[in-house]
Design a protein around this ligand. Sequence first.
Ligand SMILES: C[S@@+](CC[C@H](N)C(=O)[O-])C[C@H]1O[C@@H](n2cnc3c(N)ncnc32)[C@H](O)[C@@H]1O
Length: 271
Amino acid sequence: MTTVSAVDSDDEEINPVTMLLLDNDDDAQQKNGKKPEVAPTPIQHQNYHLTSIDSTVVIRQLPSQGLSFQLWPAAATFVKLLDSYHASNTDPFSAAITTAKRHPRLRILELGSGTGIVGIAAAAILGADVTVTDLPHVLVNLKFNADANSEVLAPRGGEVHVAPMSWGETEEMEAIGREYDLIIGSDVVYHDHLYEPLLQTLKFLLLDGGGDGGEKVFLMGHLRRWKKESGFFKRAKKHFQVELIHEDGPSSDSRTGVVVYRFAKKDAVFR
Ligand SMILES: C[S@@+](CC[C@H](N)C(=O)[O-])C[C@H]1O[C@@H](n2cnc3c(N)ncnc32)[C@H](O)[C@@H]1O
């Protein structure tokens, strides 16, 4: 636990579950010159049953390799919301998906996909064409998980593509392009040095033109850990309309619950 307090010692609102996750963060360990005190956890496989399509996806986690190889709390909420999606639902999450469906097959871009559970579930449930992205060293596991679930995706018309996308890197953003109907991400706001690159990426995707019209949105699952995160939202609100569209109650081991935000152009109008 000392690792995290050293990284963010001024913060009182710390969730013990996520402190454990952040203890595995390679960056934090390097800053403190410490090795993790716990033994590396072996490979884990997590099954998610998706009720809406009566299918199970399996996700490989490699916890000893760092935070990008584990399932995070906001991902579980995102998958739950996707699993209860129906075009006739009027809740804001479902409405955002229905509005984004401007083509027969929804094209989704996921930022900071980690294990890929959210993008894979979206492809399976929505029959969507999903591009999951992350830093280069995360892509092998991401591809492993995408391939492991291809038999669940295929009958539903879902597809998952894996691509590198480091936030704020112009060349990678240009290579990914803007031809998506919906941008998603879960638990992508945590370290403050990532706020600005993530905002640059969102500006590129949502504000900088291109694409084929319509109000593009970014749906972001988030579990608040640090008070300083308000700095991210303050900056984000200078450029985007940011609406809270879903809120879980606190879980048994956390004072806060996962929330989902919708980011859009400031002048976007939603019915
Ligand atoms: C806390 S994890 C969340 C993973 C996954 N979305 C989930 O909810 O399970 C944050 C993810 O963002 C990725 N990430 C961190 N910095 C990034 C950057 N500069 N560019 C792209 N992805 C980044 C990490 O590799 C990691 O997969």
